[in-house]
Design a protein around this ligand. Structure first.
Ligand code: FAD
Length: 470
């Protein structure tokens, strides 16, 4: 527990109503969207501006109090679980779009801005902010930046780091660091902006960001293509890209996921089919129509069982619903849903889905897979019950095998959800000893007392990876 003098000082900084240390508040911020992780903070604090964040950080540094910055808590790596207590920092008051600069095509925002609200506000001005994590109805820009989130438009438009031009960050010593800015070109010194994007609250607190915008695409069209096998769907993904087509969205669901979605959403989806691709193209109408027709032909040549092109926006929305409701549908099957995000080179998509299914059978657990086919970013999702200890142990073993398999295929342990606590034991598998050493030296330089989101990214012990030779 924090000493009452510290609570009083926090209240002096942000005002009485912006510090909560009662049991209900602490319990409410003891977990996030990650199943099976929970730990109570000592207090929850809502600063109103950067100066208050600075004062809070200085106070915490003096008293060695951990600080866990938290957006909407939708992360799936236990990134906002206060493992070592301390304070959870909320940005409810720092939720303004400070400026939309149409000449420089960028916006300055505070971290607490809701992602979907921001996208909609930009669209009203015919501007486009592409990063669209499926959690965007709830997530915040600060959380997106700190996780470097991706989304359904990642194939064509990239991920959050591709849209962060500059940051204002409060460092662990209370100093304010400004990186980048509105410039389209700026190579002065190390790229500190890129270092901080995706740093998961472990290097500093984002208090403002300058985000790059694009002109809003004139139009968008959507289609679904059904395949008997995952191999055919994966081959089609390669064929589309080999023919120099880069769709805005290229998503897939495997048979197990289609069945769950149909049971939930009753969209009339064929449940005996092996895989479905959701494809969208955006841009000028003539180009979109041309691309959609070309993609339709590629799908048909790849033996698609059927191809369904939406005739209008409303129908497009209906088709997209199938993919967007995947997680909701799966979460109805059992009490606990564990959503992961192993990523492989695109060409290995079918191999990876096959490997995941084999691993699920080996450990006798139920895993459905969907995700961003165009990015090779799979979301193997295990429906289980956290009260069943034996099954949870098998689930953990299955995911360990899945991460190892992804790495063997030249992939990574996370494509967009971050490391947090969940992936930390596997990070060394990906980065090697020297990678971890470089990261630790950066952490030491920026946060020598270790108050910034402790226990995240760096594991107490890395998992031993046992490679059995042939
Ligand atoms: C249903 C569902 C769908 C999802 N779909 C996607 C998806 O398509 N793509 C994807 O990439 N992710 C997805 N996610 C994961 C998650 O939504 C994203 O990682 C999102 O960016 C988190 O935003 P948030 O505001 O909830 O951040 P939080 O979960 O609150 O925080 C995330 C991390 O950022 C840090 N942080 C938050 N604010 C700040 C700040 N101001 N300064 C410094 N650090 C900060 C936190 O400490 C934490 O480490 C999904 C999650 C769910 C539940």
């Amino acid at each position: 527990m924090l000493e009452s003098a510290v609570i009083d000082q926090l209240k002096t900084i942000v005002g009485d109503g912006n510090v909560g240390d009662d049991d209900v508040t602490r319990l409410s911020y003891s977990y996030d969207a990650t199943p099976q992780y929970q730990s109570l903070p000592d207090a929850v604090v809502k600063p109103r501006h950067t100066k208050e964040v600075q004062q809070i950080v200085r106070l915490c540094r003096t008293h060695h109090i951990p600080i866990v910055p938290r957006g909407a808590g939708t992360n799936l790596c236990a990134g906002t679980v206060p493992l070592e207590g301390g304070i959870v920092l909320l940005f409810d008051h720092m939720n303004q779009i400070i400026e939309v600069d149409e000449e420089n095509v960028c916006a300055r925002v505070q971290p607490g801005v809701n992602t979907q609200f921001f996208i909609e506000q930009m669209e009203e001005r015919q501007l486009f902010y592409p990063p669209d994590p499926s959690s965007m109805k709830i997530s915040t820009l600060g959380g997106n930046i700190s996780e470097c989130s991706g989304g359904l438009r990642g194939l064509k438009y990239g991920v959050t780091k591709d849209y962060v031009l500059g940051l204002e960050v409060v460092l662990a010593n209370g100093d304010v660091l400004h990186t980048g800015g509105k410039l389209a070109k700026d190579v002065a010194g190390y790229d500190l902006t890129k270092l901080l994007v995706g740093s998961e609250g472990t290097l500093g607190i984002v208090t403002e960001a300058t985000l790059k915008l694009l002109p809003l695409p004139e139009t968008k069209r959507t289609m679904l293509a059904w395949f008997n096998t995952m191999e055919q769907a994966a081959q089609t993904v390669s064929d589309i890209i080999a023919q120099r087509m880069i769709p805005a969205t290229l998503e897939f669901m495997d048979q197990r996921t289609i069945q769950a979605v149909e049971a939930y959403a009753k969209l009339g989806l064929p449940t005996d089919i092996g895989a479905v691709l959701l494809i969208e193209q955006d841009g000028a109408p003539a180009i979109v129509n041309r691309d959609i027709e070309k993609i339709r032909t590629i799908c048909e040549q790849a033996n698609a069982v059927s191809v369904q092109v939406a005739q209008n926006d409303e129908e497009g929305q209906r088709l997209t619903t199938a993919r967007r409701s995947a997680l909701t549908a799966l979460s109805r099957l059992k009490p606990t849903t564990i959503l992961e995000d192993a990523t492989v080179p695109r060409s290995k998509l079918a191999d990876m889905v096959r490997a995941i299914n084999k691993i699920a059978d080996k450990y006798d657990v139920q895993i459905c897979t969907f995700g961003h086919a165009g990015d090779g970013n799979l979301h193997p999702t295990c429906v289980t019950d956290s009260r069943d200890e034996a099954e949870i142990h098998r689930v953990e073993q299955a995911f360990e095998d899945i991460f190892a398999t992804a790495l063997e295929m030249g992939g990574t342990i996370t494509g967009e959800h971050g490391v947090g606590v969940v992936k930390s034991p596997y990070l060394e598998w990906k980065l090697g000893e020297s990678g971890i050493a470089v990261m630790k030296s950066l952490k030491q330089a920026l946060d020598p007392t270790g108050i910034m989101n402790p226990g995240k990214v760096f594991a107490k012990a890395s998992r031993k990876r046992i490679v059995i030779g042939a």
